[in-house]
Design a binder for this molecule. Structure first.
Ligand code: CP3
Length: 350
């Protein structure tokens, strides 16, 4: 099978592959017992990300169990601030913690020139996964979008209202722009290093895009992602770029039109009909089963899978996915059932 016939890549380019490609955001992780076993052997989550033996195995675990069309490199969006020199750690059960950046002065402590060396194990992992991938499966690289990564850097972890980030972004936009510009440069470098190591498509996660108003969304979500996408496309015109402006509501359409991405990953709040009419004319689309459906399982889960596939797969340019990441309490059997339902929808169509 040649590169161009991998179903995921064909769909991200707007084509009609032989079968509907499926992968799941956060397909590697705590819902898999084999992940938890390996996680227990590592010296914390970052050690897992930075040990190619571990990270390669964790990346491949979901593909050993399920007939998925892609592997997503096992890493985290917070390796970029870590690579820039910020203190980052993960507390079990609490999520990520960072020593928060305060103000413009803290920016001077961040050092892009040191990042490539620190993140070498991540690129080594990408190369090993690529070499081990079965035929027809694609390797996806990823990064967090500048706005989302900036929220973690400023808030010091997850946040409810993002007021530290917004105070700076809304109150001193030109100062905040310096941080965003640095993150644009860092993201381009990080994604290009993954591509050089073997990533065939990349996804940019803007998990907190939905927190921004329309002016801020244009400046801090659309514009930085457009800058990243155009720089990557100039050097790697064949690598499809997917953007995920999570929970951006009516701003999704502007993102699809102006962010310069090939594909948009759609959150679960979108009806399939609106995806088909408002987004698919501009970009390939990916989504959008509610991860809660995958936790609950049952006939209603399968009905949703069919509704999504039956409306969107015939249009081409469609990748089946969740609307957000797999939740830790998910039963792996439900993942197998979703994959089977996507395959059954294809079989019923021909
Ligand atoms: O399988 C994959 O999708 C690849 C690996 C991946 C991880 N994080 C591993 C991970 C990817 C693509 C991410 C992206 C990521 N990380 C995002 C964007 C996607 C999203 O969900 O919105 C964000 C916001 C983060 C930051 C992050 N990392 C948080 C908020 C947390 C804690 C929440 C949680 O699920 O634990 C993490 C930790 C993390 N990243 C884990 C994994 C497997 C769990 C760590 C553990 O084993 O304890």
């Amino acid at each position: 099978m040649t590169e161009t016939t991998k179903p995921l890549l064909a769909a991200l380019r707007g084509g009609h592959p032989d079968r509907t490609p499926i992968w799941l955001m956060r397909q590697a992780g705590r819902y898999l017992p084999e992940y938890r076993a390996l996680r227990a052997r590592a010296n914390g989550f970052l050690d897992l990300c930075y040990t190619p033996d571990f990270a390669t195995e964790v990346t491949l675990q979901p593909l050993r169990r399920f007939d998925l069309d892609a592997a997503i490199l096992f890493s985290d969006i917070l390796v970029v601030p870590h690579g820039l020199g910020q203190k980052v750690w993960f507390v079990e059960g609490e999520g990520p913690k960072l020593e928060p950046l305060t103000g413009t002065a803290a920016l001077d402590a961040l050092d892009l020139s040191a990042m490539a060396e620190k993140l070498k194990p991540v690129y080594e992992t990408a190369a090993r996964v690529k070499a081990a991938l079965p035929a027809g499966k694609a390797l996806i690289g990823f990064a967090g979008a500048p706005w989302t990564v900036a929220t973690y850097m400023l808030e010091g972890g997850s946040s409810r209202d993002f007021l530290k980030a917004k105070r700076w972004a809304y109150g001193d936009p030109d100062g905040f722009q310096r941080l965003i510009d640095l993150l644009v440069d860092a993201t381009v470098q990080h994604l290009e290093a993954q591509i050089a190591a073997g990533a065939e498509a990349v996804q940019i996660f803007d998990s907190w895009a939905g927190a921004l108003d329309e002016d801020a969304f244009e400046r801090w979500t659309v514009a930085p992602i457009r800058a990243i996408a155009s720089r990557i496309r100039a050097n790697h015109p064949d690598v499809p770029i997917t953007g995920f402006p999570n929970r951006a509501g009516t701003l999704y359409e502007s993102f699809a039109l102006h962010a310069g991405v090939d594909a948009v990953s759609v959150d679960p709040t979108w009806t399939v009909e609106t995806i088909a009419r408002r987004l698919r004319p501009h970009v390939a689309v990916q989504g959008n089963l509610d991860p809660g459906r995958l936790v609950a399982g049952g006939p209603d889960m399968i009905r949703r899978v069919r509704a999504i596939c039956d409306r969107l797969a015939p249009m081409g340019g469609f990748v089946f996915n969740l609307g957000h990441g797999v939740l830790p309490s998910t039963n792996p059997d439900h993942v197998a059932q979703v994959v089977e339902a996507v395959r059954a929808a294809d079989a019923d169509r021909v």
